[in-house]
Design a protein around this ligand. Structure first.
Ligand SMILES: *[C@@H]1O[C@H](CO)[C@@H](O)[C@H](O)[C@H]1NC(C)=O
Ligand SMILES: *[C@@H]1O[C@H](CO)[C@@H](O)[C@H](O)[C@H]1NC(C)=O
Ligand SMILES: *[C@@H]1O[C@H](CO)[C@@H](O)[C@H](O)[C@H]1NC(C)=O
Ligand SMILES: *[C@@H]1O[C@H](CO)[C@@H](O)[C@H](O)[C@H]1NC(C)=O
Ligand SMILES: *[C@@H]1O[C@H](CO)[C@@H](O)[C@H](O)[C@H]1NC(C)=O
Ligand SMILES: *[C@@H]1O[C@H](CO)[C@@H](O)[C@H](O)[C@H]1NC(C)=O
Ligand SMILES: *[C@@H]1O[C@H](CO)[C@@H](O)[C@H](O)[C@H]1NC(C)=O
Ligand SMILES: *[C@@H]1O[C@H](CO)[C@@H](O)[C@H](O)[C@H]1NC(C)=O
Ligand SMILES: *[C@@H]1O[C@H](CO)[C@@H](O)[C@H](O)[C@H]1NC(C)=O
Ligand SMILES: *[C@@H]1O[C@H](CO)[C@@H](O)[C@H](O)[C@H]1NC(C)=O
Ligand SMILES: *[C@@H]1O[C@H](CO)[C@@H](O)[C@H](O)[C@H]1NC(C)=O
Ligand SMILES: *[C@@H]1O[C@H](CO)[C@@H](O)[C@H](O)[C@H]1NC(C)=O
Length: 606
């Protein structure tokens, strides 16, 4: 008998005793390609559905940053190389910089988390695709233009991908990492406007990016590892005294006992049923970020499912939302700038409420500097951060029952910064809601999870008299997961799963010159059956349907794609902005100020 049925076998398999009582597992693909595909056929290409990066029409300066074969790299130092900015490009004025990760792999292998850092600044957090015995290829492109200032200096490049290769897990990841610098077109204006608020508020990259990560040398990634709910990891830093804006970009990923944290069972259920090795602490997690002991923001993360998660057949070849390019989360630090402009050392700290082993967290502090003064000044005017209120309603008898977990929080801060741009008062607010309804049936062998996270951020920057600016983001992450586990004895089990995973975000940016709106609706449905022996899927079927709809001020992108049994059945791409979907573009802020209270999604929609 099993009772929570997801578990991660990634490293547990090799370095820890196996958990035996968790429903959702991580598995590898084992000889699971249809036998009709023979080895002379081209490698299957895996991909994540996302909008294409809008690049200028200029010819890029491209060069290889790294070529490496990741074999037994677990607990070894990251792969390092010297990073130098492009020196022989005709132009040194770039409007787009793109990082490209290409990889091939063949054999059997787990999904491995990896990170790419330049100068300790994380540029990409990602997960490898699980290979097959006929071989796979995948390519991830990421717009890294926001790291412009960093990329114009000599640095150390570090890539950590902790792989393990032995007689069973034979897959070696062969990787090419390339960077593309696109010279600006004449009159190119990346954001469509340039604001009186200058670079820091117009969307251009920061002048300085300070890594809030672990220092080399290391025998693993540069991320901090958070192992439990009391674990706090921190980093000291300094910034120049003429900063006028700062944003902390936070990267998170969750592994082992918390890989499927949203399915973790309440401790009371685990204790009363005498379960052992079942990941607990319930299904709510919150990453908390503090600056010199003051909570400056939180992250309620999107439920990224890695390529070996739930049922790996779902992710071949369409991979899970965010799995090839994990989202990072921006926290506005400007209201607190006044407290860190003294030229002294300060400290960011990270913790995770209810954490189980292990969370990988680090951050990049993007700082904009006042080119017309050596010293700015500022002050935090107000700060409100009530601790997260978590409610839990338990209703169970033995292994059957249901649990309703709810949480909400808001964090808001206001501060002013006086620079050559004037005295700008910034108000930053984060608001979160969370519900998770979980049902355990059939003596713990059926688990149904229904979760929704609402995660809203808003930043208002106000000049005393004239212009104001706002940046708002309304995010909703729905998740539905049904899993039915049947023990087949002899270390074999079968599992039926149904999944719905969504990432929705509406952004509104308003300046003195107009406002810019974008909306993203990204939804995956999957149905899978599989027979797993040990940790390998020996047979099964996965079907995935995905609809991705992005509507922006400058372009739109729609893709509807379905796959079943490794085969793309339907794939439709449309770049036209339908009248209905096209976001409203307005000019003249006066009509629009003060900012109306907005609700991104009707309460009924998911
Ligand atoms: C990476 O993959 C893309 C897409 O297949 C290809 O066009 C490009 O040449 C590859 N780059 C390298 C360095 O392998
Ligand atoms: C990496 O680049 C080399 C040399 O161009 C090429 O032979 C190889 O196929 C590439 N590998 C991947 C994974 O793109
Ligand atoms: C950056 O590195 C290159 C190549 O090693 C070297 O030629 C150049 O002088 C370095 N630039 C700086 C500013 O250190
Ligand atoms: C939590 O993790 C930290 C860091 O590994 C460790 O020092 C501490 O003992 C752990 N606390 C508990 C309660 O397990
Ligand atoms: C759990 O263990 C206790 C003590 O051994 C025992 O009294 C109880 O019946 C067990 N409960 C279940 C559900 O097995
Ligand atoms: C508890 O669960 C049972 C079985 O699912 C259900 O019939 C009952 O209404 C639930 N009670 C409450 C208070 O939710
Ligand atoms: C920030 O602005 C919001 C909306 O105008 C307001 O509700 C909140 O109280 C402000 N926060 C602070 C700390 O002033
Ligand atoms: C900036 O504006 C704030 C709020 O209006 C005010 O309290 C502060 O004194 C001003 N600072 C300077 C240097 O003028
Ligand atoms: C959270 O829920 C409350 C009560 O329903 C609502 O007022 C608030 O706007 C919600 N916040 C978010 C971020 O969805
Ligand atoms: C389990 O394996 C043993 C030995 O290989 C075999 O005798 C037995 O029939 C198997 N049981 C099942 C349920 O497949
Ligand atoms: C799972 O998905 C299948 C196929 O869409 C559907 O027939 C079935 O009713 C679903 N089951 C659950 C419990 O969601
Ligand atoms: C995607 O395509 C399928 C198959 O044609 C269709 O049934 C579905 O409605 C489409 N979804 C969207 C959002 O257009």
């Amino acid at each position: 008998m099993a009772s929570s049925h997801l578990f991660s076998l990634l490293l547990l398999l090799l370095f820890h005793p196996l958990p035996t009582t968790s429903i959702i597992h991580k598995a590898t693909l084992f000889k699971s390609q249809p036998t009709s595909l023979s080895s002379h056929l081209p490698l299957t290409t895996y991909f994540e559905v996302t909008k294409p990066i809008q690049i200028p029409k200029t010819k890029p300066c491209s060069y290889l940053l790294l070529h490496h074969d990741f074999a037994y790299t677990y607990t070894k130092p990251p792969i390092l190389s010297h990073y130098t900015p492009p020196s022989d490009c005709p132009s040194q004025d770039f409007s787009k910089i793109v990082l490209q990760w290409n990889a091939t792999c063949k054999g059997e292998q787990y999904d491995r988390i990896f990170g790419v850092w330049i100068g300790g600044v994380e540029l990409l957090r990602s997960c490898t695709a699980e290979p097959t015995d006929t071989g796979i290829f995948w390519s991830v492109e990421k717009d890294i233009t926001r790291y412009y200032s960093l990329l114009m200096t000599n640095q150390t490049l570090a890539v950590y991908l902790g792989n393990v290769v032995d007689s069973t897990y034979t897959g070696v990841y062969h990787v090419n990492l390339t960077i593309h610098f696109y010279p600006a077109e004449a009159n190119y204006d990346s954001d469509g406007f340039n604001s009186v608020f200058s670079g820091g508020w117009s969307g251009l990259g920061a002048d300085l990016i300070v890594p809030i990560s672990r220092n080399l040398p290391l025998n693993d990634g540069l991320w901090f590892e958070i192992e439990n709910s009391t674990d706090v990891e921190s980093k000291k830093f300094e910034i120049p005294q003429n900063a006028y804006r700062a944003v902390l970009e936070v990267y998170v990923s969750f592994h082992e006992n918390d890989e499927f944290w949203y399915t973790n069972l309440p401790n009371k259920y685990i204790a009363e049923n005498n379960l052992t090795d079942t990941p607990g602490n319930g299904p709510f997690r919150e990453v908390v970020v503090s600056l010199d002991g003051l909570v400056v923001g939180a992250v309620w993360p999107f439920t990224v499912i890695y390529t070996g998660g739930v049922n790996p057949l779902l992710w071949s070849p369409i991979t899970g939302i965010g799995s090839f390019d994990l989202p990072s989360y921006d926290i506005e630090i400007t209201p607190f700038l006044g407290t860190i402009l003294d030229g002294e050392t300060h400290e960011f700290a990270f913790s995770v409420m209810n954490a189980l082993n292990v969370w990988y967290i680090d951050a990049n502090l993007h700082v904009w500097l006042d080119k017309c003064s050596l010293k700015t000044e500022g002050q935090l005017l107000s700060h409100n951060s009530l601790p997260t209120a978590v409610s839990l309603v338990l209703n169970f008898t033995d292994l059957n029952g249901n649990f309703l977990t709810g949480a909400s929080r808001s964090i808001s801060s206001t501060g002013w910064v006086m620079s050559s741009h004037g005295n700008i008062t910034t108000n930053s607010t984060q608001a979160f809601n969370y519900t998770n309804f979980m049902v355990m049936g059939n003596d713990g062998n059926i688990q149904i999870v229904n979760q929704v996270i609402d995660f809203n951020d808003s930043v208002y920057a106000m000049m005393p008299s004239s212009f104001s600016l706002s940046i708002e983001s309304f995010k909703r992450f729905p998740l539905y997961l049904y899993s039915d586990y049947v023990d087949q004895e002899n270390e074999t089990y079968s599992m039926v799963t149904n999944l719905t995973l969504g990432f929705n975000e509406e952004r509104v940016k308003a300046t003195g010159f107009g406002f810019f709106v974008s909306s993203l609706k990204n939804l995956q449905n999957g149905q899978g059956v599989m027979l797993v022996k040990g940790h390998s899927v020996v047979s099964g079927l996965g079907s995935t349907q995905q609809a991705y709809q992005y509507d922006g001020t400058k372009f739109c992108y729609f893709r509807n794609v379905t796959s079943s049994n490794y085969t793309i059945l339907y794939d439709k791409v449309d770049n036209t902005c339908s009248k209905k979907n096209r976001p409203h573009v307005g000019f003249g802020l006066a009509k629009w100020w003060p900012f109306p209270a907005r609700r991104a999604f009707p309460a009924s929609s998911m």
